[in-house]
Design a protein around this ligand. Sequence first.
Ligand code: AMP
Length: 216
Amino acid sequence: MNVVLLGPPGAGKGTHAFDLSRGFRVPHISTGDIFREEMRAQTELGKLAQSYIDDGHLVPDDVVVRIAARRLKRPDARRGFILDGFPRTIPQAEKLDEILREMGKKLDTVVYLETPPEASVQRLSGRRVCRKCGANYHLLNIPPRQAGICDRCGGELYQREDDRPEAIRERFKEYQAKTEGLINYYRDRDLLTTVDAGVPRAQTLAELEALFRRLG
Ligand code: AMP
């Protein structure tokens, strides 16, 4: 299945994509995770992306499209993919259509994780991420077994620079200005499935799993 997860910062895209990817055996492709890995390794791409990301701005379209295209062409994405955080602008969505067309593929659906702003802010401010494997936690909603330590790999948990209040505000502005228009873009193409992501995580996940089973 070829699926995009769309939604505001803090909708739970990464968390749900991680669970769905394991359950349905398709790769979870997060452009944000790719950037964070590059930033950790201090590559040219990582250094370029960092200034945008830390301030809560979007990375320029041409840069993001290049890394997304490269990732989608890897063999493990042949059976399908869950895109998390890409596309985030209309030009990116148009490029994605083009890339998939060239590969003889198309999207099955775009899931819009509809989330009230209060839930988004609560999730972002309590989020902690593993430095080593990138796993996501939340101080209240998804606490690690041992404070500050990743359950999966024992790595150190940290707060993302862009989960600070000023950066969160910028990310919402960027979302409203550039990403929200994708809801209508995909609705007009009959590709949009709206899922309530303002309810407890398990409830949203159950709905997503049912949808994925229908997609086969
Ligand atoms: P995420 O982990 O999806 O929240 O992404 C973290 C940050 O990476 C975003 O706030 C952007 O700065 C950057 N980023 C990730 N994906 C994209 C994208 N598709 N377009 C532009 N910037 C992106």
